[in-house]
Ligand binder design. Structure first.
Ligand code: AMP
Length: 281
């Protein structure tokens, strides 16, 4: 595995792989890698011979009040894990390499940016889309893999790729979970032992909603009541939102179908966690 920090080096290495006939797969991350990230590498490797992973904690997508400075980092561990999993090229640019001058242009979503995560994190998705647009232009992959865990991000990236004619195929891979159901996340490392136990309430609520759906409950109000009662039973967690949405628009639906997505965000101590589940999945 080759590791590069400069855009020019990245472009040169990708050009060599492409000249050798390889399809290019890409997995963008913020590092502190876990099995969820590495499963995206597996998915990229199934679809492309040469896989690029980026590790960049993007300041643009953090509000001043958020956890940018304490976001977990482990450069050596990340390099070892990505190498072991078969990443061909690791791109670890610094902030000055990605943002060498004052920006004159951002990529700002027109839809969905004030809902769900956007309502709690103003400007977050403009920060995400701006960095993803830059990374896709730098790497120019054939296929890019995102995680279902961040469903609103994946939906907006897909919308950007369609509306702005990005060449890369966008693939969304399933959420990887701990044995007890907790969706893997770099932010789980913030949780103390008691919080870690409380944190399973997000997936427990989603699984309860899915079970009710499987038993034939299609009324959204009733499904939300089911999920909310699980969440309310956990004193250590405070709900930000719980919703059932359309998979294409992420707007709330009136009647649940197998494609509908149950989405939850909650705070456990100072840590904000999100999760989602396809009801018929
Ligand atoms: P992050 O490093 O948190 O920005 O995540 C990088 C990519 O990994 C994004 O596409 C995430 O959706 C994805 N990802 C993070 N956690 C998981 C998980 N538990 N399962 C699947 N994908 C994930």
């Amino acid at each position: 595995m080759q590791t590069v920090e400069r855009v020019a080096e990245l472009r040169a290495a990708v050009a060599r792989a492409r000249a050798a006939g390889a399809r290019i797969g890409f997995v963008p991350t913020m590092g502190f890698l876990h099995e969820g990230h590495l499963a995206l590498v597996d998915e990229a490797k199934r679809r492309a011979r040469f896989v690029v992973m980026s590790i960049f904690v993007n300041p643009l997508q953090f509000a001043p009040t958020e956890d940018l400075s304490r976001y977990p980092r482990d450069a050596a561990g990340d390099a070892a894990k990505s190498k072991a999993r078969g990443v061909d090229l690791l791109f670890t640019p610094g902030v000055d390499e990605m943002y060498p001058r004052e920006r004159r242009v951002d990529v700002v979503p027109r839809a969905l940016h004030t809902r769900w995560e956007g309502s709690v994190r103003p400007g977050h998705f403009a920060g995400v889309l701006t960095v993803v647009a830059k990374l896709l232009n730098i790497v120019q992959p054939d296929v890019t893999v995102f995680g279902q865990k961040d469903v609103q991000q994946a939906t907006l990236v897909r919308a950007m790729a369609e509306d702005l004619d990005f060449a890369s195929e966008i693939v969304v891979a399933p959420t990887t979970r701990e044995a007890d159901g907790l969706a893997m996340s770099s932010r789980n490392s913030y949780l103390g032992a008691a919080e870690r136990a409380s944190a399973t309430v997000l997936s427990r609520a989603l699984f309860a909603m899915r079970d009710a759906f499987r038993r034939g409950e299609y009324r959204v109000e009733s499904l939300i009541t089911t999920g909310r009662s699980v969440l309310d039973s956990e004193r250590g967690a405070a709900i930000d939102y719980l919703a059932i949405t359309d998979p294409a628009t992420l707007e709330p639906v009136e009647d649940a179908t197998g494609d509908s997505i149950a989405m939850v965000a909650a705070r456990v101590g100072k840590t904000r966690l999100i999760d989602n589940l396809v009801l018929g999945g």
